[in-house]
Design a protein around this ligand. Structure first.
Ligand code: ADP
Ligand code: MG
Length: 354
């Protein structure tokens, strides 16, 4: 089976269970830009190497979704690391010279730098040379030699970036990747467009990076599934209103090396290797999707203990975390919002107190 077909099938399975929870309409997958019933419109598209679906109710939902689609295309063409015409590509191939960038690109880089600082470098947008050396950009996976990793680590470190207003300068060899924050950032922009167009209820799904506007049209909270690791189905659900949920898991984009070990796409910027923090997946729930996206990656790198400390310090988000010892942790604010799926009903849910 081709990689695209596999991705398409898993997307459909994932959407099915999500949608099974939210609504029962199959037309959601098939129709594009077509109102399914009164006041409801949806789009499905492939962008940023992922399947995207947005469903909106109320207001001018069809018109709003057209704007959403072109905004996603516009931001993808600015922020793709591989498209030679993107701003990020230009920044990454400017051999030490300063480059002028659009203000939206400067904003997302500024946000990534703030998060890098706040997470003590667990999130680091200069990780790109390492990500490419493991083959995660192309899918030609390999385990690099320790010499290669050491060599590339010289170019990693967010403090090497000079950003002044809309001008950026990277030392030669330093390259950036917005992969850990772009989907969340775009999710917030999409939600703002829908909101400004009078949409009162919507589900935005950028490849599992989810944000909802309001409640479901019937007034109930949205129930969002958290994927079960290494198999179909889900671990549990979280009920949210006007919030986002983003998951980073080690079962996404991973490969088995010739040594029989499993390697995944979330890197520890200190070691230049996949983060071995004992976390299988971590889902972050909060108001802003960009924060959830940045933190899902960063908390994954930190591990349970540091993630808990970080949550106690900053606290404007909650998380659900599964360890490689099959222990499940949720933060106190989710106590009445999280439910285990039936298949996992014997699992113990550990609540992390404030
Ligand atoms: P996904 O892309 O599956 O949603 P993440 O949001 O966790 O998952 O982002 C992972 C991507 O971010 C990787 O594919 C890589 O491009 C980049 N990345 C990996 N590790 C880090 C890190 N520590 N800091 C910043 N970006 C990272
Ligand atoms: Mg992320």
């Amino acid at each position: 089976m081709s990689k695209e077909l596999k991705i398409l099938i898993s997307f459909m399975v994932f959407s099915l269970f999500l949608w099974g929870i939210g609504n029962s309409s199959m037309a959601f997958f098939i129709k594009n830009h077509k109102p399914i019933d009164d006041g409801k419109s949806s789009i499905n598209m492939f962008a940023m190497d992922t399947y995207i679906s947005v469903t909106a109710y109320g207001g001018q939902s069809g018109v709003a979704l057209k704007k959403v689609e072109s905004k996603i295309r516009e931001l993808e063409s600015l922020w793709s690391v591989t498209n030679v015409k993107s701003e990020i590509y230009t920044v990454n191939h400017h051999e030490g010279r300063a480059v002028s960038i659009s203000s939206i690109t400067a904003q997302i880089i500024r946000f990534s730098l703030q998060m890098a600082e706040q997470t003590s470098g667990a999130l680091d947008l200069t990780i790109y040379p390492i990500v490419t050396s493991w083959g995660f950009t192309t899918g030609n996976y390999k385990v690099p030699s320790s010499e290669e990793i050491e060599q590339r680590l010289k170019y990693v470190g967010y403090e090497k970036i000079k950003l002044q207003e809309d001008k950026i300068q990277l030392p030669e060899g330093v390259q950036i990747d917005l992969g850990a924050v772009a989907k969340g950032y775009i999710c917030d922009i999409v939600a703002d467009i829908l909101h400004d167009d009078g949409i009162t209820s919507a589900l935005i799904d950028l490849g599992g990076n989810i944000k909802v506007i309001g409640t479901k049209p019937n007034g109930n909270e949205w129930k969002i599934g958290i994927k079960a690791p290494e198999r179909d189905g889900y671990l549990g659900t979280v009920e949210i209103v006007d919030s986002s949920i983003v998951t980073s898991g080690r079962y996404e984009r991973c490969f088995r090396g010739a040594d029989g070990k499993q390697y995944w796409h979330i890197m520890n910027p200190r070691t230049g290797k996949p983060a071995e923090s004992g976390i299988v997946s971590v889902s972050v729930i909060g108001k802003e999707s960009k924060l959830c996206d940045a933190l899902s990656t960063a908390l994954f790198v930190m591990g349970l203990e540091k993630a808990t400390q970080y949550w106690r310090k900053y606290g404007d988000f909650e998380f659900v975390l599964l360890t490689d010892r099959n222990e499940l942790y949720i933060t106190a604010g989710l106590e009445n919002k999280f439910s285990l799926h039936e298949d996992y009903r014997t699992m113990q849910v550990n609540i992390i107190p404030k």
